[in-house]
Design a protein around this ligand. Sequence first.
Ligand SMILES: [Zn+2]
Ligand SMILES: [Zn+2]
Length: 113
Amino acid sequence: MKTHNIEINPHQLNAYGEAEVEKIIKHELCHYHLHLAKKGYQHRDPDFKALLKQVGGSRYCKSLPDQGKKRVLPYRYKLVCQTCKTVYMRKRKVDPRRYRCGKCRGELKLTTV
Ligand SMILES: [Zn+2]
Ligand SMILES: [Zn+2]
């Protein structure tokens, strides 16, 4: 599995121009570098923010703003009410103990789809 691939798609080149793409690459390299260094590599981490500022990277990640909206995550989990059997589809794993059925306040059970 290639986890550290840095991909820039041609669509991005057109939308942003080369200078901006270079900044996006720098942004990606910040993730990459910090991840390898086992430092805070996520957007909210101070290490990431500091390094991004240092190298002059883009604030944007790989995806274009309008592409981000189009990307649809598949539903991989469902919460099933144990009382009324209502099913709530979820894209990310959630802790069923933190939620209650919206209809009957019944207990929910998490299963994969
Ligand atoms: Zn990013
Ligand atoms: Zn229910």
